[in-house]
Design a protein around this ligand. Structure first.
Ligand code: TYD
Length: 421
C-alpha cells in the first residue's frame, strides 16, 4: 500500500511563514495587502498562480513577486511552521501497517526537503515529488510518485487540488478537514473519506493498527536550576515537531498526588519523619505512574515529567542520608519498572543554585533546608548519573537560557527520533 501526503495544511501548519512572506512581497511591490480570506487561499497552489489569480497581477509581476517572497520565505518563513499534533502518530501507524509513504506538494523541492529534514520527518518518506517550473499538476505528480505496481494507494490532502488529482490518478482520496480547505470544498471535489484530526488518518486507512508507544522523559536538577523555564521551552519545541506532549510533575500530577504534594511542601509539617517523607513521595509516584504516565505512553504520547524517582534518590537518599539503596527499595513498587527513556539533568553547583533560589520566591519546606543538605542532593544526583550514564543527558545549566534550551532540545529530539525509527 502507498499513502501520499500533501505538505502544507496536511502534515504541517505553515500559514504564519507563508502569510508573512506573501505580505512582505506585496508590500515591497507596492501592492495592497489582501484580506485574510485571500491570504488563506495562498496555501496549496503554486505562488505564481496565487499572485496572478488572487491579487490580479500579470505573469511578469507575479514572477517578480515570487522572487521577493522567496527572499523572506527561504530564510525565515520556512520555519514559522509546525507539524500538526498527531501526524507523527499516524505516520508511525501507517509504517507499522507496512505502507510506503510519499509527499506530493506544490512547494519547491529545496524548501520541502529542508522542512522535512528540520522536523525529523524525512525518514518516514520513500519519495518526495515537488512542483517544477511552477507547474504543480497534482495528478501528474501523483503518477510520478507511485510505482507501476503500487497496489492500493491513497492521496491525503486538505485542498480540492489533492482530491481532484487523486481521483484523476485513479487512487483513493482522504480529505483532512483540519487544514486550509473546508469540509465542503473537500466533499465537492470528490473526497472519498474525511479525517477531522491528524490521528484519524491512520484510523481511516489502517484501523487495525494499534500499539504505537510514545516515550517518557523526565527533567531533574537542584531547586534553582532553572527547571521550570527549561521545561516550558522544551514543551514548545516538542509541540512544534508535532509530538503530543503530556506535561506533568512530581510530587503531584494527579488529583491524589497534588494533595500529597500539599502535605509534603507545607512549611508547618516540621515533624515529618524521613520515612514518612520518602513514602509520601513514593505514594504520589505510584498513583502518577498508573493514572497518567503509563496510559499516556501506551497511547503514543510523550510524557514530560518535572522530577521522578531520581529526585527521591537524590533528596531523600542523599539529602536526608537515607541511602540510595533504601530509597530505591521504597520506590520499587511505586515505579514498578516504569523508568524514563531519557532524563535531562540540569547541572548547577549547589551554591549557585542557592543564589538563584534566594533571588526568587518564598522557599517551601524542602527549599528551606540547610546548604549542606543541597550539597548532598547534588552528590546524590552525581552518583545516579554515574550508575546509569546512558539514561542521563547532562546539560550545563549555568550558561544563558537560549543556549541551554538548544542543547536540551538537541539531545531530547535525538532520543525521540531514535525511538520513532
Ligand atoms: P519542585 O516541584 O521542583 O519544586 P518547585 O515547586 O519549587 O519548583 O519540587 C518540589 C520539592 O520536592 C523539591 O524541593 C524537590 C523535592 N522532592 C523530593 O525531595 N523528593 C522527590 O521524590 C521529589 C519528586 C521531589
Amino acid at each position: 500500500m502507498w499513502v501520499l501526503f500533501d505538505l502544507d495544511g496536511t502534515l504541517t501548519q505553515s500559514e504564519e511563514g507563508i502569510w508573512n512572506s506573501a505580505r512582505y512581497a506585496l508590500n515591497k511591490m507596492g501592492w495592497p495587502e489582501p484580506d485574510e480570506a485571500t491570504l488563506r487561499k495562498f496555501i496549496g497552489p503554486p505562488l505564481i498562480w496565487s499572485f496572478r489569480e488572487l491579487c490580479g497581477m500579470t505573469e511578469e509581476q507575479a514572477t517578480a513577486a515570487q522572487t521577493v517572497y522567496r527572499e523572506r520565505y527561504n530564510t525565515i518563513g520556512l520555519f514559522e511552521n509546525h507539524v500538526y499534533p498527531g501526524i507523527r502518530y499516524s505516520l508511525r501507524c501507517l509504517k507499522k501497517a507496512g505502507a510506503q509513504l510519499g509527499v506530493v506538494t506544490g512547494k519547491p523541492e529545496n524548501a520541502t526537503r529542508r522542512i522535512l529534514e528540520h522536523f525529523g520527518l524525512s525518514c518516514f518518506f520513500e519519495t518526495v515529488v515537488c512542483a517544477t517550473d511552477n507547474k504543480a499538476d497534482k495528478e501528474l505528480m501523483i503518477r510520478k510518485a507511485l510505482p507501476e505496481d503500487a497496489g492500493e494507494a491513497w492521496m491525503v490532502g486538505d485542498r480540492k487540488f489533492d482530491m481532484e488529482g487523486g481521483t484523476r490518478a485513479g487512487i483513493h482520496t482522504l480529505g483532512v478537514t483540519y487544514g486550509y480547505g473546508s469540509e465542503q470544498e473537500l466533499t465537492e471535489s470528490g473526497a472519498e473519506k474525511l479525517a477531522h484530526t491528524p490521528r484519524e488518518i491512520a484510523e481511516v486507512i489502517c484501523p487495525e493498527t494499534k500499539g504505537i508507544c510514545g516515550a517518557f522523559l523526565s527533567m531533574e536538577g537542584l531547586d534553582g536550576s532553572g527547571k521550570g523555564t527549561q521545561l516550558e521551552r522544551l514543551l514548545d519545541t516538542l509541540k512544534q515537531y508535532g509530538f503530543e506532549v503530556v506535561l506533568t510533575r512530581e510530587p503531584g500530577g494527579t488529583p491524589i498526588g497534588e494533595k500529597i504534594r500539599g502535605i509534603l511542601l507545607d512549611r508547618e509539617n516540621t515533624g515529618m519523619t524521613d520515612e514518612t517523607e520518602a513514602l509520601l513521595y513514593a505514594a504520589s509516584r505510584a498513583q502518577h505512574v498508573r493514572e497518567v504516565i503509563r496510559p499516556a505512553v501506551r497511547d503514543g504520547k510523550i510524557v514530560l515529567c518535572d522530577r521522578f524517582v531520581d529526585s527521591s534518590v537524590a533528596y531523600q537518599g542523599g539529602g536526608r542520608q537515607m541511602g540510595i539503596d533504601r530509597v530505591l527499595e521504597i520506590n520499587k513498587h511505586a515505579v514498578d519498572g516504569t523508568m524514563p527513556d531519557l532524563t535531562v539533568y540540569l547541572e548547577i553547583g549547589h551554591r549557585k543554585a542557592l543564589e538563584r533560589r534566594c533571588a526568587a520566591s518564598e522557599p517551601d519546606r524542602m527549599e528551606m533546608e540547610a546548604e549542606n543538605f543541597h550539597a548532598r542532593v547534588e552528590d546524590g544526583y552525581h552518583q545516579l548519573i554515574a550508575m546509569d550514564p546512558e539514561r542521563f543527558a547532562v546539560v550545563d545549566a549555568e550558561g544563558d537560557r537560549d543556549g541551554i534550551a538548544a542543547e536540551i532540545a538537541e539531545k531530547v529530539l535525538k532520543k525521540l527520533l531514535e525511538i520513532e525509527a
